[in-house]
Structures are given as structure tokens and as C-alpha cells.
Design a protein around this ligand. Sequence first.
Ligand SMILES: C[S@@+](CC[C@H](N)C(=O)[O-])C[C@H]1O[C@@H](n2cnc3c(N)ncnc32)[C@H](O)[C@@H]1O
Length: 226
Amino acid sequence: MRMRRKRNLEPRMQACADILVARGKPCKNLKEAAEHYRALIDYRALFLREAPVELEVGCGNGAFLSGIAARHPERDFLAVEVCSNVVLTAMERIKREGAANVRFLNIPAEILLCYLPEGSIGRIYLNFSTPLPEAGREKQRLTSDRFLGIYKKLLKAGGEIVQKTDSEDFFDYSLRKFRENGFAVKDVTRDLHNSEYAAENIVTEYEANFAAKGKPIFRAVAVLQP
Ligand SMILES: C[S@@+](CC[C@H](N)C(=O)[O-])C[C@H]1O[C@@H](n2cnc3c(N)ncnc32)[C@H](O)[C@@H]1O
């Protein structure tokens, strides 16, 4: 179902301009973008300090960002979300809460390398990415070879991806893809909320809905190998 455009979307996006660092689809594809569009972000200028930078891909309404930014004021967070309607909710929430360590990119993750310097991200969070089980949509899955290639360029040496999902098939697919793409997989649980990792877990919007329906949550960490 197509989401209705939010009321006053444009003026509200404008009101968040100080925390929105990229917007739109500047080019048709990554190759064209790489050739014609270079706007690599200078984290020091953006956050006015030197701190570890982490990235959430597909941040949704920002519940996770809100939690992790408050828990880790010593880190900086970037959030990428393709849908303007959705990223607006997250940005308004972060502004309301006054977190100084979060910025947003309203772009498809496919063009992240046009904005973020290679080897600059310590951790990537993939929270409840759409599983897209249809065979013809594999390339769009956020743990397909295509996306893992992008994340590998963005991550620092020894950087990691933390994935949570409610879909066992997507989880197993992702574990296979992580290993095939040179990541070591650790801290795997097939029931996060009843595991040793539960205490430190920050619940996302989708996670709360799935958990309320009694669905187990799958979680793993994929560490980039040298
Ligand atoms: C199922 S929602 C999960 C939202 C949130 N992470 C949570 O756990 O509550 C997936 C989100 O990823 C975004 N998304 C999907 N593909 C994307 C892409 N290629 N680039 C950026 N965002 C994407 C969608 O717009 C959607 O908001």
C-alpha cells in the first residue's frame, strides 16, 4: 500500500535541514553518481568533533537511533532512509529529543558511497530490513552481494554489521551472504529477547510489533575480515 504524503512535508523537511545532510536521487545509478557527483561528507565539520561514526541503513521512524544516540553520546550516528515521509518522523523525533550526535541522509543506500568516505564507518546496523523473498528482488535485499560490497567499502578494518530480523529465511540467507563476502559471523541468536544479549538490546519500532505478536527475533554480528 502506498503511504500518503505527510501533511506539509516540504516545510517540515526544511525545518530539519540542519540535521539532513543529503537528499534525493542525484543520479540514476552508482556509476553515474560516482562520475558526476562527489559530495563526500567531512564528519569533523558535520559533528564538530572527532568520534567513531556508525550507520543505520533503513532507519524507519528513528526509535533505535533515539535509543542508541542517548546510550552512546561518545559516538556519532548517520541514518539513511529512502522514504521522505518516514525519515521526517525520525528527524522530528531526534530534534525534539535534542540529540546532537545524529544526522540523516534521505537517499537510497545504493548511493551511500557518493556521500560517505570509504573506510570511515565502524558499525552498520540493519534493523528489520525488508526480507524481499521473491527471487527477482534479491538484488534489493540489504544483505545481497551488491549491498555487502558497498558496506565493505564503507567499513573500517575490523568493522562490523549488526543485523536483526524477524524472518528466519532472510536471516539464514544473510548469514550465508556475510560468510561468502568475507565476514566472520559471531554472537548469533535465534531468540534475541530470551538470550544473553537481551539486556543491551535497543528495541526498534518493527521489533516491538513482531515481539508483541510472539515472534522470535534473530540477530547476528558480521565482522569484516582482513
Ligand atoms: C521494515 S522497515 C524497518 C524500519 C526500522 N529499521 C525498524 O526496525 O523499525 C525498513 C525501512 O528500510 C527502508 N529502506 C528499504 N530499502 C532501502 C534502501 N535501499 N535505502 C534506504 N532505505 C531503505 C524503508 O523505507 C523502511 O523504512
